[in-house]
Write a protein that binds this ligand. Structure first.
Ligand SMILES: CC(C)(COP(=O)(O)OP(=O)(O)OC[C@H]1O[C@@H](n2cnc3c(N)ncnc32)[C@H](O)[C@@H]1OP(=O)(O)O)[C@@H](O)C(=O)NCCC(=O)NCCS
Length: 250
């Protein structure tokens, strides 16, 4: 498939149009330069100093693809409670074994390709441990899905961490671990979340991110595809056909 050049959303697009509103206490909007220190602090709280994003990387994102960077902010305290870093990639340039550095240009997103990109790539997502289990991760994913739609791409891909693998790495390889998580025999704190969000596993990337000790450096390559849109005004006889078919089924 040749995607050809697509209209690139100009940076001048009003920021409000990128915000995903919701009635809850948290809303998602694009990261602004003034958010960077708080997002870095949040990232350190989740990954520790060694695995956290760097200020220079987030500054680079503002230059490369500001519309793609999301922060979840508590409405009243205005504090960030989660963030998601995203870029557009041309999928055929990267195989399943591509690692995080290759995919994200070492975290700077210099691999972002607004012209030929045909898959939205999740370079990172994190929610403040104190705010987990409250729907913040879901809001960020929904905002990514909306972003994919606006950009005219129908896939979102990511390297899903497998932090539960560290505990069992002596008794099984990461392929079997991922398989067991997919089959529901095990629950992983991150991969099970991605599966719950509608992602499918394409494969396992070995040494995807060596810094991720909990996952022993490995990741499951996961992909979400936008469901085909259904016509809301299906002809009357189609309804009848479906109805008949259901009645005939055992
Ligand atoms: C993974 C992470 C982003 C999830 O964020 P979260 O805000 O706690 O998730 P939410 O509360 O929005 O959960 C959304 C849904 O996923 C479900 N869910 C969350 N974690 C889950 C898990 N481990 N297994 C299965 N389902 C899970 C929730 O029950 C909820 O379901 P529902 O909306 O259908 O009721 C968060 O745990 C995190 O930041 N982890 C550390 C960083 C990380 O690993 N990031 C991923 C990098 S690949």
């Amino acid at each position: 498939m040749s995607p050809g050049p697509r209209p690139h959303l100009p940076p001048s697009i009003p920021e409000e149009e990128w915000e995903e509103d919701s009635p809850g206490p948290v809303r998602v909007r694009v990261i602004r330069p003034e958010d960077i220190p708080a997002v870095i602090a949040l990232s350190r709280g989740v990954y520790g100093a060694e695995g956290a994003w760097y200020t220079r990387e987030l500054i680079a994102h503002q230059r490369v693809f500001p519309e793609g960077q999301l922060v979840a902010v508590h409405r009243e305290s205005r504090e960030p409670v989660g963030f998601a870093i995203t870029l557009l990639l041309e999928a055929r340039r990267f195989g399943i074994q591509a690692n995080w550095n290759q995919l994200t240009g070492g975290g700077t997103l210099r691999t972002h390709d607004p012209e030929r990109g045909d898959v939205l790539y999740g370079a990172g997502i994190a929610v403040d441990p104190k705010a987990r289990g409250m729907g913040v991760g879901r809001l960020l994913y929904q905002a990514r899905e909306a972003m994919a739609e606006r950009l005219g791409v129908d896939r979102i891909r990511a390297g899903a961490r497998i932090p539960g693998y560290g505990a069992v790495h002596r008794i099984m390889d990461p392929f079997r671990y991922v398989q067991e998580v997919v089959e529901g025999k095990r629950r992983d704190p991150t991969l099970s979340f991605q599966l719950h969000m509608g992602f499918n596993v394409l494969g396992v990337a070995l040494n995807y991110l060596p810094l991720d000790r909990e996952s022993r450096g490995h990741a499951a390559v996961v992909e979400w595809r936008r469901p085909p849109s259904r016509s809301l005004s299906a002809p009357e006889e189609d309804h009848q056909e479906n109805h008949d078919h259901q009645e005939a089924a055992p």
